[in-house]
Design a protein around this ligand. Structure first.
Ligand code: UDP
Length: 256
């Protein structure tokens, strides 16, 4: 018992005052690979990686347990591979490997600013990172480590959006945070259509029936089944992630 208390104390990384500000105890952040490109056309931008790492750090400092799924679209997508003659499943495996590259880069950025991080891959790669084991992932988070889930679901024909909903359900997260380029869900792409309208709140069924391009349909269905709210916010807003954790700032909630 005494040991347990001592361990719990050691695990709690943050002062109680900060922790009380957060509405959520454990969240999963979904970042697309493109969010890490900065102004580049391809690959990773070190400054953007650092900036996103700082956003994650500020949320861990509130006492929130954070895990993340990072896409691979900045490096490779199975569908584009298929278009150039690579068979779809092979292309998808290549895409999953791309997500491992991104997760390692994010781990490096986080650890450089003092955030303990573990990469857990759905495709075992023992020389590079840990294999995905649900209970181990839980334990890492309880110890205050950021867990990065790499290699998506480990299966071709899926996306990292689905992986995000799947891991959020497995980890019993209180919310799935979908980081995008804009401050919520719009009726159309607001960067292309000036008549696009923004939604503050939506139900899962609204997203499916209006065919809103926020996450793919299997991800939305899985979040709905598991009753995990999806909060859509802009990763380009400085301090945006921490604000959403406190119910502040601009974001769209999908639930109900
Ligand atoms: N992928 C896959 N299974 C998964 C997750 C990802 O096959 O469970 C592949 C798929 O080819 C996908 C690529 O990995 O195109 C990169 O993921 P995604 O397109 O979701 O990345 P994002 O758009 O979020 O950067």
């Amino acid at each position: 018992m005494a040991n347990n208390l001592a361990e719990k104390k050691k695990m709690s990384p943050l002062p109680a005052a900060n922790a009380s500000k957060a509405r959520y105890k454990r969240v999963l952040l979904k970042l697309s690979g493109e969010a890490l490109m900065g102004g580049r056309e391809y690959g990773l931008d070190p400054e953007t990686l650092t900036r996103v790492a700082e956003e994650i750090k500020s949320v861990t400092e509130m006492g929130v347990q954070v895990c993340a799924v990072i896409g691979g679209g900045n490096i490779f997508r199975g569908v584009s591979g298929a278009a150039s003659g690579i068979d779809r499943a092979t292309g998808d495996y290549m895409g999953m490997l791309a997500t491992v590259i991104n997760a390692l880069a994010m781990q490096n950025a986080l650890e450089k600013i003092g955030v303990q991080t573990r990469v857990l891959s759905a495709i075992p790669m023992s020389a590079v990172c840990e294999p995905y084991i649900r209970r181990r992932a839980m334990r890492h988070m309880e110890k205050g480590r950021v867990v990065l889930f790499a290699a998506g679901t480990g299966n071709p024909f899926f996306t990292t959006d689905s992986a995000a909903a799947l891991r959020a359900a497995e980890m019993q997260c209180d919310a799935l945070l979908k980081a995008t380029k804009v401050d919520g869900v719009y009726s159309a792409d607001p960067t292309k259509d000036k008549n696009a309208t923004r939604f503050d709140k939506l139900t899962y069924l609204d997203v499916l029936s209006k065919d809103l391009q926020v996450m793919d349909t299997s991800a939305i269905s899985l979040a709905r089944q598991s009753k995990i709210p999806i909060l859509v916010f802009s990763i380009h807003t400085h301090g945006g992630f921490a604000e959403v954790m406190q119910g502040k700032g601009k974001f769209t909630v999908i639930e109900g």
